[in-house]
Design a protein around this ligand. Structure first.
Ligand code: ATP
Ligand code: MG
Length: 567
């Protein structure tokens, strides 16, 4: 690409009233332009990045056998009646009316459309499992659009949906996609974490969110370092488990079952239920240990209890889910039908909080005898001395973050409503198990910029940069030799399929440098009379600002290596 033929749209001044760095930089570097609130045009520089990220996601999903489709943006309202989300989705749902007064939804997500498609197309379990995905524009009437494309009314999402004959098949695919998501985010060099999440409007059981760290993020996530399992090697995994504090959505009110409004697992009045394995003396495979939130179990004390398996072994996620249909943090003693052993310290507690055996939900104002019988009592917690030791690393770290992806095990939630099933050999309807998996493609770009910029502008890595290399000739229009060498290098790099922009505009070198730095092109080749006569040109890296003189004949190989090192 020649700069003289390209549409840069860069802006020198920092735009007013725009607080988020990524938003400022996307406007200044000419990636996007606001059309109206929450609605943006993608300019050439932005679009080049967008397409690259789309393709990385495609490549990774194709590797696990996912198949691309494209569903309509306009969705018939009757499907939303059938799924009942017409009544629950809320004000974010955008509607349009056609000439016959039919209402259509501008798709905020596509569970209804895809389940309807699958209902029509899939008739045998032999066609399953199936993963379909699309890269499609979504519409949500956000109350507060923010940060440019970080939270916009119209945005690009990759949404994938999987269909299965049974739950275990869904879980296998869910796990694969979980891994592929991590791989995608690593490939685009995002610093991120995944957290077990609240399901919001989507329903279903298990879900995970992926969050990119940024001090401008809308979410706060915490990771209590030693939440429950301070005495077990599984703890290492738990340290990595993050918990979403802020993003808890209100669900329909049930006076008894109270949706979490604050992190109850951090509350002093919370009694945690730790599920551990039992030995053959017990007919149940698990038992529940109840201790105060701020305490930890003492392995040796617990091992003395008759029915407990030795060495003390915590239930794994699958066992917990099988027994409680919930994740670790939401496990509670009511309705479990297994032996319960409470620490001495909890028997005097009143109006306490316990997990509700429903993800993200807790029961509060619980009292012994009234809401649940007093269980067996034992001394099972660590003593003070041990606890003090523990407190040192029992800190809760809170970081701000941007949600970049969300995956759900929807199970049969939509298939039952939309009547999507396969017939079993005995003629019974087997409603399909379903997972759905979203990545906010446009939001990812804001997140990458939040994490990769300096005072001069954006810093892209070579794989997603709008251009990999910029050739910056000094006084091109005055020097034939500069012109010739620039053209030669430009053509060589193009032949090697390197994405290169040659700045052939007649502009001041300072303006040219700062524009390329603002846009964030990782590699610059500066062609000037100063070094050409020694058969050298100057290379400058955007990442570390280091400069190097390179022999002209070596430049292509040098650049290829640098691109590899910075992809
Ligand atoms: P949020 O809580 O941030 O509104 P969400 O839970 O509504 O997100 P999902 O429905 O799970 O989001 O959508 C999948 C992904 O799409 C999100 O993880 C996010 O990256 C992206 N996304 C959601 N809403 C927007 C938006 N308004 N603008 C840009 N990207 C969005
Ligand atoms: Mg939302």
């Amino acid at each position: 690409m020649r700069a003289s033929k390209y549409l840069f749209c860069t802006v020198k001044e920092i735009p007013h009233n725009i607080d988020m760095t990524s938003h400022q930089l996307m406007l200044r570097s000419g990636m996007i332009r606001k059309t109206t609130s929450g609605i943006y045009t993608w300019l050439p520089t932005g679009l080049r990045v967008l397409k690259k990220i789309e393709n990385i996601i495609r490549e990774e999903l194709n590797k696990i056998g996912a198949i691309e489709i494209l569903m309509p943006i306009l969705q018939p309202v009757n499907l939303w009646h059938t799924s009942e989300r017409w009544y629950t989705y809320g004000k974010e749902l955008l509607k349009v009316i056609d000439r016959n007064n039919n209402i259509h939804i501008l798709g905020p997500t596509h569970e209804e459309v895809i389940t309807y498609l699958i209902k029509k197309e899939i008739h045998s379990y032999k066609q399953l499992p199936l993963i379909l995905y699309q890269v499609q524009t979504k519409f949500r009437d956000e109350l507060r659009p923010r940060g440019g494309v970080m939270r916009s009314k119209e945005f690009l999402m990759k949404d994938a949906y999987s269909f299965h004959a049974n739950l275990s098949s869904l879980k296998i695919t869910y796990h694969k996609i979980h891994e592929i998501y991590s791989h995608i985010f690593q490939r685009i060099k995002l610093k991120f974490e995944n957290i077990e999440a609240n399901n919001g409007e989507m329903g279903g059981s298990i879900s995970h969110e992926f969050h990119a760290f940024s001090h401008n993020g809308e979410n706060k996530i915490s990771f209590p370092n030693k939440l429950n399992y301070s005495s077990n090697s599984e703890k290492k995994d738990n340290i990595k488990q993050f918990y979403n504090i802020k993003k808890i959505k209100e669900k329909k009110n049930n006076p008894f079952l109270t949706p979490i409004k604050k992190p109850y697992y951090l509350n002093e009045n919370y009694i945690k239920t730790i599920l551990v394995k039992t030995n053959e003396k017990n007919k149940h495979q698990l038992a529940g240990l109840l201790i105060k939130n701020q305490d930890s179990i003492n392995k040796h004390k617990v091992e003395k209890i008759d029915i407990i398996y030795k060495p003390l072994t915590l239930a794994n996620k699958e066992e917990i889910y099988h027994l409680t249909q919930s994740n670790t943090e939401s496990v509670g003693p009511i309705g479990l039908n297994i032996p319960l052993i409470a620490d001495l310290s909890v028997i005097n507690m009143k109006n306490f909080i316990i997990g509700a055996n429903e993800n993200g939900k807790y029961l509060k104002n619980i009292n012994w005898g009234k809401d649940l019988p007093l269980p067996k009592i034992a001394d099972i917690k660590k003593n003070k001395e041990e606890k003090n030791k523990l407190d040192k690393d029992n800190t809760v770290d809170v970081k701000r973050s941007i949600e970049i992806g969300h995956i759900f095990q929807l199970e049969q939630q939509y298939s039952k409503k939309i009547n999507a099933y396969v017939l079993e050999p005995n003629g019974h309807k087997n409603f399909l198990y379903m997972g759905c998996y979203g990545i906010g493609i446009t939001r990812i770009i804001s997140a990458i910029i939040e994490q990769n910029h300096d005072h001069k502008g954006i810093i892209w890595n070579s794989e997603i940069s709008p251009f990999q290399v910029a050739i910056l000739p000094i006084n091109l229009h005055k020097s034939t030799i500069v012109q010739e060498i620039s053209e030669i290098i430009y053509n060589i790099l193009k032949e090697k399929n390197i994405e290169v922009i040659l700045d052939d505009r007649n502009i001041h070198p300072g303006v040219m440098f700062s524009e390329i730095e603002l846009i964030g092109i990782p590699h610059s080749i500066i062609v000037s009379n100063r070094h050409i006569h020694d058969n050298h040109i100057e290379y400058k890296s955007r990442c570390d600002n280091k400069k190097k003189l390179i022999k002209i004949e070596n430049i292509a190989n040098f650049i290829i290596d640098e691109i590899k090192n910075t992809s």
